[in-house]
Design a protein around this ligand. Sequence first.
Ligand code: NAP
Length: 297
Amino acid sequence: MLTGLHLAVIGGDARQLEIIRRLTELDAKLSLIGFEQLDHAFSGAVKEKIDEVDFSIVDTIILPVAGTGLDGQVDTIFSNEKVFLSEEILLETPSHCTVYSGITNSYLSGITKKADRRLVQLFQRDDVAIYNSIPTVEGTIMMAIHHTDFTIHGSNVLVLGLGRVGMTVARTFDALGAYVKVGARKTEHIARITEMSLTPFQLKNLEEHVRDVDICINTIPHMIVTASVISKMPPHTLIIDLASKPGGTDFRYAEKRGIKALLAPSLPGIVAPRTAGQILANVLSRVLQEDLQSRKG
Ligand code: NAP
């Protein structure tokens, strides 16, 4: 149980509703910031404006998966008001206050470091990232179907990166009957791709492998689908870039060449917010109970 724990849930999309539901069930006290347009009421949770919250009694701050923008703004789909998280707010919290988010950026890492508050990135955990890859690949399939006039079955699909998302994408498109090639840079990844009965290639040879690609799915959060790579693709190629913003594709050049290239962030929140929220709620409720025990201990 989370009795006695005071949390501030700041912003987010429908995924946060599962987190709020779970944490209130565990008897935590919640301040909901950026939720005033939400019709639903949760017992134990109070909707507040950020300047009304007494942060001196807040043990935990829960941010959306994306954390904050580079200016500190937190996305709030249930509010029209702009909500910002600042170093000053963090300094009002008790020293044990922990900030949870999915990922971070230079702003969020900077203010938590300066305020000396612990920042936990839930998506760094393999369990969260692997569970989350399931709704991510379902969203990718949805996009592939929506933006092509051919079947996935029988098409040439290139997957870039064999991380937690890349592996699920490669395996699922293979199961749908696509001819899947996977690009990686590590020899152990090349070995794993071979073991999965898929076609591996070294990323440094990417340009040689795009000449007959129908769908290129990037999971590498670095510029990898460059203008030079795109120039070798057939005109009908669809690029789906799953990597976190700004993605790994030269979108300007793709548009210039008339190749459809889509940056597709937050697919779990779009196609399966309930499941995606439950994945986060499961982990958060466990981690928060452990934190509370260790503080009491
Ligand atoms: P991950 O497990 O860390 O995998 C990243 C992959 O990229 C690894 O194969 C890694 O290979 C490769 N890589 C990283 N830097 C590289 C570089 N400079 N050159 C070549 N390869 C490089 O990450 P993940 O959990 O799969 O997530 C992948 C991306 O998808 C992240 O940006 C994540 O935020 C994003 N994501 C998006 C969605 C969505 O809805 N769009 C959902 C979940 C995650 P090495 O091992 O060789 O470094």
